[in-house]
Design a protein around this ligand. Structure first.
Ligand SMILES: *Cc1c(COP(=O)(O)O)cnc(C)c1O
Length: 360
């Protein structure tokens, strides 16, 4: 017997979500965001499943890129934060990585390094996200200096949207206007769109789109779930009921005793907790799925276990599968109830959770 907890990754769902990207952005190349271990889905299997069906893979740092190259991934890989020092730059060039240039220091490094291979560069322009990126006024000077480094060097003009997930936000319109004014007259492919912009703003698609969360089947918007956007959940996190307790009216459940049974009822114990990455702050009422019915979490989440109200599932028995999110239970519902977003739920699953793959 082993612990019943597992995350099952459906690689056919991943490919279906990529087809969805292609359907909504038919003219753009796809740079798939697979940073942070492919949002917790396992970077190597995800990269292999995407294979040559994407034009590029985006990661946060050199370590993530090298892991992919070391396992034989040959498609273009982009370092979203660029290189931190010259040694990284030399290694990035040697392993045929594309790099973001987001500041003066990174451009100077590139000018001094005299690399043999012309690493493709994504010049990141700050249009209002105010995280990484050169100021718009510097763009044409950077563009010229990059061009001077070699005629065959590709420079993608890129920016990142701060509020694309809010369909009403005027920030996106301002950022787009800023980007278009900044790059007017500068040659080269353009890239703006994350998942939200891919789904909601065709005017951002340009030459390269950068889908992340939608590839994993979750909605980037607060007002919809993945299936509403034509997406298929890739991860199903499940465990099992390991105990059922008959409680009396008024009994308190778990640490702190802040949830009390309103009547005599059955309470189920599920083998998953915050030690596995389930959010400790998930409120009472957060749904889990047992026998295709939703049962609400009650009491505090502990390290290895959580407790659920079984009143809606009278036939529930020890050993029953419990889905925490995924198939038939949107991760967005759990995220909302835990005061977070699907991205974080995916990323913070711990190494304790065995991951298996299907349709590879
Ligand atoms: C992570 C990331 C993306 C993907 O964002 P999603 O909201 O997951 O689609 C796109 N661009 C950049 C620069 C990123 O860091």
């Amino acid at each position: 017997m082993s612990r019943p907890l597992r995350a099952e990754i459906d690689l056919e769902a991943l490919r279906a979500n990529l087809r969805r990207v292609r359907h909504v952005a038919p003219y753009a190349r796809v740079m798939a965001a697979i940073k942070a271990n492919a949002y917790g889905h396992g970077v190597v299997p995800v990269a292999q499943a995407l294979g040559h069906d994407v034009e590029g893979l985006a990661v946060a740092c050199l370590e993530e890129a090298l892991e992919l190259r070391d396992t034989g991934v040959v498609v273009p890989i982009l370092l979203l934060e660029g290189c931190l020092d010259v040694a990284e730059l030399v290694e990035a060039a040697r392993r045929d990585l594309s790099i973001v240039v987001h500041c003066e220091d990174q451009l100077c490094m590139l000018e001094k390094a005299r690399l043999e291979h012309p690493t493709p560069v994504w010049l990141k322009i700050n249009t209002g996200m105010n995280r990484l990126g050169i100021e718009p006024g510097m763009a044409s000077a950077f563009h010229a200096r990059l061009a001077a480094l070699g005629a065959d060097r590709v420079t993608v003009l890129a920016t990142h949207l701060a509020e694309a997930d809010d369909r009403e936000a005027t920030t996106t319109i301002r950022q787009l206007r800023c980007f278009d004014e900044t790059i007017a007259g500068l040659g080269g492919p353009q890239s703006i769109a994350n998942s939200a912009a891919i789904l909601d703003r065709p005017d951002t698609h340009r030459d390269w789109v950068r889908p992340g969360i939608m590839l994993y089947g979750a909605s980037p918007f607060a007002d919809s779930v993945g299936v509403d956007e034509g997406l298929v959940p890739v991860m199903t996190l499940s465990s099992a009921l390991i105990a059922i307790r008959d409680c009396c009216a008024g009994e308190a459940i778990g640490y702190g005793g802040d949830w009390r049974c309103p009547e005599a009822m059955r309470v189920g114990v599920v083998a998953i907790g915050y030690g596995d990455g389930y959010p400790r702050h998930a409120r009472s009422g957060t749904p889990v799925l047992i026998r295709n019915r939703r049962a609400p979490l009650v009491g505090r989440v502990s390290m290895d276990m959580l407790t659920v109200d079984l009143r809606e599932v009278p036939d529930a028995a020890v050993g029953d599968e419990v889905v925490l999110w995924g198939r038939d239970l949107p991760v967005e519902a759990v995220a909302e109830s835990a005061g977070t977003i699907s991205y974080e739920l995916f990323c913070r699953l711990t190494r304790r959770v065995p991951v298996s793959y299907r349709n590879g």
